[in-house]
Ligand binder design. Structure first.
Ligand SMILES: Nc1nc2c(c(=O)[nH]1)N[C@H]1C(S)=C(S)[C@@H](COP(=O)(O)OP(=O)(O)OC[C@H]3O[C@@H](n4cnc5c(=O)[nH]c(N)nc54)[C@H](O)[C@@H]3O)O[C@H]1N2
Ligand SMILES: Nc1nc2c(c(=O)[nH]1)N[C@H]1C(S)=C(S)[C@@H](COP(=O)(O)OP(=O)(O)OC[C@H]3O[C@@H](n4cnc5c(=O)[nH]c(N)nc54)[C@H](O)[C@@H]3O)O[C@H]1N2
Ligand SMILES: [Mo]
Length: 759
């Protein structure tokens, strides 16, 4: 049997602190996996479900987007994947009785942890204007309400359709089609807060916004640089790939303000020796200051240029553009400035350079530590410069590896979930469906919040996710959302976004990855694309959490019929009846999906084309890869302030909180902690265990406060601090975004710490 969810709230947040660990996975990980799984699912369901994760006949893990190798283990999942599965396959239920007992005002006082722990939502629910709680509503009525509000708008651009990255290709394709047929490109998605900076930088420089390496490339690399990423927690299966690469002789450089346990040593739970000893992963740890990466790569580029024979001149000549201008800028890189920006020592950078020059095949992997800064796009462009210099794109064992977050965030974008779609994509869509898609760009996440705030957007629809929980400037965002005429959330579980609603609000409960999906034409499967561009099928096998759930494709199809009515010639009914018909349309609209249904039937799926990787062809306007030469930037932190990064603990999936521990960092039983270097804490008179408010200071003179954080003396880089998201979203100003990509700069928030009495 599963155990009962927690009842008391606020859940006691009383962090206990031990020294950080130096290895990831191993036996404690297995024990923790089974404990959490059994609390949610009971013993039998745990076994039945976990054995299907990432198998060729099973479902895609709803955790991260790391690819599966071709040879699969019986247990092809990790501790955190298992937790993601347990969250979804839980036996706990949120029924209409629950909503009767918990008015909206009550839900609004609950923590995200408490809300999520209540279980799967079983019925469509509606909060009418002025109502104090949600009540059950029929699906027909729910779609009527959406149609009423959408058709009453002055312009289709007053509606916003958000997507979180778990949505299948099929559902994503239908949602963007519906939005465009309705008349708007307002399709913000979680990617806007995540890898948008990578997409922007890569599209401009190599012509495609996706990573260029496969798992085999990682296994073959001489040098892997992991910058701004914590795979031990967020992509645990990546550690197996790093272990394999090391066994074949690769070297690893970690670039991070924090010493992350997973990158230090990995105890592979799938091999007996691994369990016992574990493999050391990192050869060189560069403990960089937050935001110092562009300066680091710029200097490395100068040093490469200065080293005889280090530049791959033939590649540069035949395949690149803009070299001279870039080289001039790189030659001007300055040691002193770089040391100040990075906080590193000269000897460390020289060691890194030797490893770079010794490597014939180099891969750079990165995640949020590189993408969520004001200067993230130029930072990632500098990484591209670094790889181009030595010809490290478009050959085996080398390339760019942005490691994606949500399990289908990359696929959703491929399917057209994008506020700035290309004309070619829209032309193909219009041809297939006989529609005229709008050509003007739509709102991304931050612009959608601004539009809601300013009364320019009035209906908000979310395909999954937790919009108000995940976005910056919580106070501003929640007020903006409350101004909407209607908010609609297609969800599996409760979260903050269900408590902070527009005047009318709907919750549409849906099937998850683990649920069996049966439509008129029989049992259905969906497809997803992983971080390396492999597309494969995902089949749930559990009886759905409730008989009243609809699948995501069914919800979009029915919404479209209710809103567009007879005016639409799109076969929405057929799409709902048989998802293979959706794939037939995708095959005609999206390049790389030709013959989709036949190719997806092969076990393991297929790889999407990637011109730089496959043929060393760069689909940029010049047909070449572009060197770029932006000025070097790094955060300027005023005297007495710290640079705060907002990151994930080991027991959370974005805004879904599995538990209150962060095992590898030695934190237990609480999330309101701030990690500070002991010397920085001492200067402020903050003992380990003291409590402080975090006060962010923005350039317009405004301040934002998050109160009552336990100070933890921690070996982070000097001048830097770290605390968990989403609790710290309140500190990130809506206008603090990355240049070009407009991604919230949630990894570089200037804060001061004010000692506060313990709470
Ligand atoms: N279990 C679990 N898995 C997940 C998620 C989850 O929440 N839980 N989330 C998923 C999603 S959507 C995503 S996007 C990914 C996120 O995966 P990550 O990007 O690994 O997640 P974060 O916790 O944000 O960690 C950021 C890392 O970058 C480092 N860092 C911060 N600032 C800088 C900097 O300026 N320079 C450098 N070099 N490093 C820096 C931090 O110390 C930290 O190690 O994980 C995905 N997988
Ligand atoms: N300060 C700060 N803010 C950040 C970040 C950060 O590092 N720091 N990271 C950013 C990043 S990288 C991301 S990706 C975003 C994440 O933003 P989101 O994707 O919006 O947030 P999640 O917390 O992943 O969404 C969880 C909710 O998704 C719903 N859900 C789960 N599975 C399914 C499903 O199968 N179908 C449907 N319809 N719903 C489902 C559940 O109701 C659950 O409560 O947050 C961003 N915000
Ligand atoms: Mo993400």
């Amino acid at each position: 049997m599963a155990s009962k969810p927690p009842t008391g709230d606020p859940v006691q947040d009383a962090p206990q602190v031990a020294p950080p660990q130096h290895a990831a996975a191993g036996l404690p990980a297995i024990g923790h996996t089974l404990k959490i799984s059994q609390q949610q699912m009971g013993v039998a369901r745990t076994a039945r479900t976990l054995l299907k994760v990432n198998q060729k006949d099973g479902f895609d893990c709803p955790g991260c987007a790391w690819p599966e190798g071709d040879k699969r283990h019986i247990a092809e999942f990790c501790e955190n994947g298992a937790k993601a599965v347990a969250e979804e396959a839980t036996l706990r239920r949120v029924t209409p009785d629950f909503f009767a007992a918990h008015p909206l005002a009550d839900l609004a006082t609950r923590s995200g942890y408490w809300l999520g722990q209540q279980g799967r939502i079983t019925h469509p629910m509606y909060a009418a204007q002025g109502a104090d709680r949600y009540e059950p509503v029929s699906w027909e009525r729910a779609f009527e309400i959406i149609a009423e509000e959408l058709t009453a708008l002055d312009s289709p651009d007053e509606a916003v359709f958000y997507t979180s990255g778990r949505t299948s290709n099929e559902a994503a394709f239908l949602l963007q089609l519906f939005a465009r047929e309705f008349g708007t490109n307002n399709l913000p998605d979680c990617s806007n807060m995540c890898h948008e900076s990578s997409g922007s930088a890569l599209t401009e420089t190599i012509g495609i916004g996706k990573g260029s390496v496969s798992l085999e490339d990682l296994h073959r690399a001489d040098l892997i640089i992991v910058a701004g990423q914590n795979p031990g927690t967020n992509h645990p299966r990546m550690l197996s790939a790093l272990e394999k690469a090391k066994a074949a002789g690769a070297k690893i450089i970690s670039v991070n303000p924090l010493p992350e346990a997973g990158l230090e040593r990995f105890k592979n739970p799938q091999t007996p020796l691994g369990m016992l000893k574990g493999a050391a992963l990192t050869d060189l740890f560069l403990q960089i200051r937050i935001g110092g990466d562009q300066a680091l790569f710029r200097l490395l580029n100068k040093l490469i240029l200065d080293s005889d024979g280090a530049v791959d001149e033939r590649f540069v000549r035949d395949h690149t553009h803009g070299y001279e201008e870039f080289a001039a800028a790189a030659r001007a890189a300055d040691w002193e400035e770089t040391l100040a920006a990075t906080g590193l020592e000269r000897g460390e950078i020289e060691r890194a350079l030797r490893m770079v020059l010794d490597s014939r095949r180099t891969i750079v992997c990165w995640a949020m530590g590189l993408t969520q800064h004001k200067h993230s796009v130029p930072t990632i462009r500098e990484v591209v410069n670094f790889l181009l210099l030595r010809g490290n794109i478009g050959r085996p064992g080398a390339g760019v590896c942005p490691v994606r977050g949500h399990s289908n965030v990359q696929g959703d974008r491929t399917m057209g979930i994008f506020e700035r779609p290309s004309a070619a994509f829209l032309d193909a869509l219009d041809r297939e469906f006989g529609i005229t898609s709008p050509r003007h760009h739509g709102f991304d996440v931050v612009r959608a919040i601004q539009a809601l705030r300013d009364g320019k957007a009035k209906v908000f629809f979310a395909m999954g996710g937790n919009f108000v929980g995940a976005t910056p400037d919580t106070g501003v965002t929640e007020a903006a959302m409350r101004k909407a005429r209607l908010t609609v959330h297609v969800s599996t579980k409760l979260n903050r976004s269900h408590a902070v609603t527009g005047r009318r609000a709907l919750i549409l409960p849906t099937l998850g990855r683990t649920d069996k999906d049966v439509q008129e034409a029989g049992k259905q499967f969906v497809t997803v694309e992983d971080s390396m561009g492999l597309v494969h099928a995902s089949r749930g096998n559990l009886p759905p959490a409730s008989p009243h759930l609809l699948s995501e494709p069914a919800i979009v199809a029915r919404m479209a019929r209710a809103v567009l009515g007879a005016a639409s010639a799109t076969p929405w009914e057929e799409f709902e009846r048989d998802y293979a018909t959706i794939r037939d349309s995708i095959a005609r609209v999206v390049p790389g999906f030709e013959d989709f249904n036949a190719r997806i039937a092969r076990p393991g799926g297929f790889a999407l084309p990637h011109a730089p990787r496959d043929e060393r062809r760069f689909p940029t306007p010049t047909g070449k890869a572009h060197f770029t030469a932006a000025p070097v930037e790094y955060p300027q932190v005023p005297e007495g302030r710290l640079l705060l990064q907002t990151l994930r603990s080991h027991d959370q999936y974005n805004t879904t909180i599995y538990g209150l521990d962060d095992r590898y960092r030695g934190i237990k039983g609480g999330r309101r902690v701030v990690l500070v270097h002991p010397d920085d804490a001492a200067v402020r008179g903050l003992a380990d265990g003291a409590y402080a408010d975090l006060v962010s200071e923005w350039t317009d003179g405004t301040e934002r406060r998050a109160a009552g954080f336990r100070v933890v003396h921690y070996p982070t880089a000097r001048g830097c601090a770290a605390a968990y998201y989403p609790e710290t979203n309140v500190l990130v100003p809506l206008e603090a975004t990355a240049d070009v990509s407009n991604t919230p700069a949630s990894k570089s928030v200037i804060v001061r710490l004010e000692q506060s009495p313990p709470t």
